[in-house]
Design a binder for this molecule. Structure first.
Ligand SMILES: [Zn+2]
Ligand SMILES: [Zn+2]
Length: 93
């Protein structure tokens, strides 16, 4: 699976290259769309879901939003905002 945000298989937050999980940046109803468009990112287990409250993307609103914004920004380098909203249903920027 190809991430639009990463060239390397490493944690997006800390650069760790092992113990990685593939995270869907826009989950739930948008999980399939995320798969299809490369809205996924590798995160180490700690930054994915083991770091606890405030330290991992699944338990930290700020980190979650940071990632959602970065991904939309990257997508909009090659697509329009309208394209993004059509896919994900909202605008994070
Ligand atoms: Zn990490
Ligand atoms: Zn995840």
């Amino acid at each position: 699976m190809k991430s639009i945000l990463q060239e390397q298989k490493e944690c997006w937050f800390c650069g760790k290259q092992f113990d990685l999980h593939l995270h869907h940046i826009y989950p739930g109803a948008n999980r399939k769309v995320s798969d299809k468009n490369g809205f996924v990112v590798y995160l180490c287990a700690y930054h994915h879901n083991l770091g606890g409250n405030g330290n991992c993307v699944h338990q930290c609103k700020r980190m979650d939003i940071e990632l959602r914004r970065a991904c939309q920004k990257k997508f909009e380098e090659t697509h329009s905002k309208r394209d993004f909203v059509k896919l994900i249903g909202r605008n994070y920027l």
